[in-house]
Design a protein around this ligand. Structure first.
Ligand code: ZN
Length: 206
């Protein structure tokens, strides 16, 4: 079961990907995590990646593709995988087709308005970095410090992230559409409802 999941920031994509991974016993492969791991290993490539990320840039398609390709060769991917954060570009999608057969493209659809609403409610503990919602109170119970708004969740930054997201995602949807792999799920429903619809899209109706 080879799955790609797409969704804007704040769509709950990470949570759903984890739940699917648990259900099917396949790994959720998040590019951000692979990058952090290769930095930890302090290889030549890891150092190169660190410099790129420290400068606030994205790694090149070549690097991203090589890392994902290598990761998909691990034994835990034998039964499939859920890719989260990859492919980001058309050329990454084309490269992926060279070494793996994508079975499902799940797309969590959430309007920009709703994304902004959700993310502007998000807060973070400056000490333990826990993410939370304003409904959870003003301070972190464990750390006894006030939650703050992350730089990433500033409304102006959110708007910019959404523009980048749409620019990147639209061509990918067009790329996969002719193969009838794309399942659009309304992400503005409860977590439970979204999960059920994802399972249906995967042909899992129990
Ligand atoms: Zn805390």
């Amino acid at each position: 079961m080879n799955i790609i999941i797409f969704g804007p920031p704040g769509s709950g994509k990470g949570t759903q990907a984890k739940r699917l991974a648990d259900r099917y016993g396949i790994p959720r492969i998040c590019t951000g995590e692979i990058l952090r791991e290769s930095i930890k290993k302090k290889t030549e490539l890891g150092l190169k990646i660190k410099n790129i990320l420290d400068a606030g840039n994205y790694v090149s398609d070549d690097i991203a593709v090589a890392l994902v390709q290598k990761r998909l060769e691990d034994v835990d991917c034998a039964e499939g995988y859920i890719l989260d954060g990859f492919p980001r570009t058309l050329s990454q999608a084309e490269a992926l087709d060279e070494f793996s057969e994508v079975g499902f493209v799940l797309f969590l659809s959430v309007s920009d308005k709703e994304v902004i609403k959700r993310l502007s409610k998000r807060r973070q503990c400056p000490k333990c970095n826990k993410l939370t919602n304003i409904s959870e109170g003003e301070s972190c119970k464990e750390c006894k410090v006030k939650f703050i708004i992350r730089d990433d969740d500033d409304p102006e930054v959110i708007k910019k992230r959404l523009i980048v997201y749409h620019d990147l995602t639209q061509p990918l949807m067009e790329y996969y559409k002719p193969r009838n792999l794309v399942h659009v799920i309304n992400g503005e429903q409860s977590e439970e409802k979204v999960f059920k619809e994802l399972l249906l899209a995967l042909g899992d109706d129990d």
